[in-house]
Design a protein. Structure first.
Length: 146
């Protein structure tokens, strides 16, 4: 991945109970992209944070106390089905990845990961969201034109 900053920055929420992981992801994303990053180590805040505005992506740890990543997916999708959720975990199994995707996760990344891997996944997820919204708008426009 090159160091060129994206012309249309997104807003990314990162949810992880480990402050070191939050700091590392924030640093990787802000150093290599122009995306805005908001972090929380409390998954119970996800709904409140998302309600405050215009997020394009959520990156969440799978295993957290009180509320796990599967619950984060449900909270995100109940507010906006178009926000992709990328799960990150050190406890990755095929079963947990399949379950996360079945519940609406965009992708599933196991720790440790390469910084290029997370950056490529972010750009793909943001492209997916843009295309999904564009497609819906075009369909709505076509329906109203007929």
């Amino acid at each position: 991945m090159n160091n060129q900053k994206q012309p249309n920055p997104g807003k990314i929420l990162i949810v992880d109970d480990e402050p070191d992981m939050l700091e590392m992801l924030d640093m990787i994303i802000t150093d290599k992209t122009s995306h805005k990053v908001v972090t929380t180590n409390n998954p119970l805040e996800v709904g409140e944070i998302l309600a405050k505005g215009n997020f394009n992506l959520v990156i969440s740890d799978l295993k957290m106390p009180v509320m796990d990543g599967m619950d984060v997916i449900a909270a995100v999708k109940s507010l906006d089905a178009d926000i992709p959720v990328v799960m990150i975990t050190a406890f990755g199994t095929i079963e947990s990845a399949e379950e996360a995707v079945r519940r609406g996760a965009y992708d599933f990344i196991t720790k440790p990961f390469r910084k290029e891997q997370i950056l490529v996944t972010i750009e793909r997820a943001l492209d997916w969201q843009r295309l999904t919204r564009e497609n819906r708008e075009l369909k709505r426009h076509a329906k109203n034109s007929t």
